[in-house]
Design a binder for this molecule. Structure first.
Ligand code: ACO
Length: 332
């Protein structure tokens, strides 16, 4: 029995925030943002929407497209660094309640931008071990809740959104998730960090005054590590599975920065038409970025059942990963 990627869904929040809008908020320019990141726009949730609301909308679409009844889902894994609640309940439990699904395994994982690929690996292990049959994985973020809109080095990068997929079973290798690899290196924990509000620096007036509850990033150092690590990781997963870039239908990387995607894509000799790019429209939506990109390609009619996707990701922790996945959605 193999694990199989049975469906995709996404939710794009209603408020658009353009580079021109950001020029009014911080000392930046449309030109700088486009040149350094490729980002032109991002979408933000409303004040009333929390991460579980975005996740719920994406999950509904993914379940419907999987052709399964919601009662057939036996686990929900939500990857997020912006949970509804700081400690508990998990966002996955809140989403299960919104979906009307009871008595199943539901939990969150924290692997920053790599969360969806980490979730995919856990879902695959659940399904292939026979422990679960249909696992709903979600990547959902309200990044605007941890972004400091006085810090121009980070606030131009991030957007909100959600994506979801159902991982089920198949007995055919050509419909299967072929491989998933995840990794980390805590030595670089301070490259991407929300320093305050946890047990190290619990919430206090001092934490708030110093803006320590917000995301901080060593952008340039992260950039260099991302390009090298991703190139090695993707090369490794292709070699391990006896594949080359010619065998891949779509390369779907985490959408953090056009320059990172371009550098990795060139090193791996992917032609432009095989590289999925959504960073211009959505910015970096952390754990939601890969499923949102898959959904865009599916809804635009480019991604077809049977296509082999190569996913890659890099994020806070530091964490990274890659995956070789057949898209196996049978109904629309
Ligand atoms: N507008 C104008 N100028 C700016 C802005 C801005 N928004 N932000 C920074 N600058 C300035 C800096 O102050 C600096 O000025 P200086 O030279 O006078 O000091 C200059 O631009 C260059 O800054 P760098 O940080 O060196 O710029 P860089 O080319 O590295 O681009 C960026 C910054 C876009 C953040 C890039 O480093 C990057 O994409 N890093 C990787 C991000 C990533 O992949 N993160 C992982 C996933 S995220 C997650 O897990 C949650």
């Amino acid at each position: 029995m193999y694990a199989s990627f049975k469906s995709i869904g996404a939710y794009i929040p209603p408020k658009s925030l353009t580079n021109k809008d950001l020029e009014e908020i911080v000392d930046t320019s449309d030109e700088w943002i486009k040149q350094r990141t490729g980002i032109e726009n991002r979408f933000l949730a409303t004040d009333e929407q929390s991460t579980s609301d975005l996740a719920y909308e994406a999950a509904k679409v993914a379940i419907e497209r999987s052709g399964l009844k919601k009662e057939e889902i036996d686990a929900i894994i939500c990857a997020t660094i912006t949970p509804d609640y700081f400690c508990m309940p998990s966002t996955a439990c809140v989403v299960a309640d919104k979906l009307g699904i009871k008595n199943i395994t539901a939990f969150d994982i924290s692997a920053a931008c790599s969360g969806f690929v980490y979730g995919l690996n856990i879902a695959r292990a659940f399904v292939e071990s026979g422990l679960k049959r249909n696992v709903l994985i979600i990547g959902a973020e309200k990044m605007s809740s941890i972004v400091d809109y006085t810090d121009r080095t980070t606030c131009v990068l991030f957007g909100d959104g959600a994506g979801a997929a159902v991982i089920g079973t198949t007995d055919k290798k050509e419909e299967a998730i072929l491989d998933v690899h995840t990794s980390s290196d805590g030595e670089y924990q301070d490259f991407l960090i929300t320093p305050g509000g946890g047990s190290k620096y619990p919430c206090s007036q001092d934490v708030i005054d110093k803006h320590m509850q917000y995301l901080k990033m060593k952008g340039n150092e992260t950039f260099k590590l991302a390009v090298n690590t991703l190139t090695k990781d993707v090369t490794r997963i292709l070699e391990k599975n006896g594949l080359t870039s010619d065998d891949i239908d779509y390369f779907i990387p985490h959408q953090a920065n056009f320059r990172i995607i371009d550098a990795v894509g060139r090193k791996l000799k992917f032609p432009e038409e095989k590289i999925v790019l959504t960073v211009a429209r959505y910015g970096n939506t952390s754990a939601a970025s890969i499923p949102m990109a898959i959904n865009d390609w599916y809804e635009s009619g480019k991604l077809k059942t049977g296509d082999l996707m190569l996913l890659d990701t890099f994020g806070g922790g530091l964490t990274w990963g890659s995956a070789l996945v057949h898209f196996n959605q049978k109904s629309s």
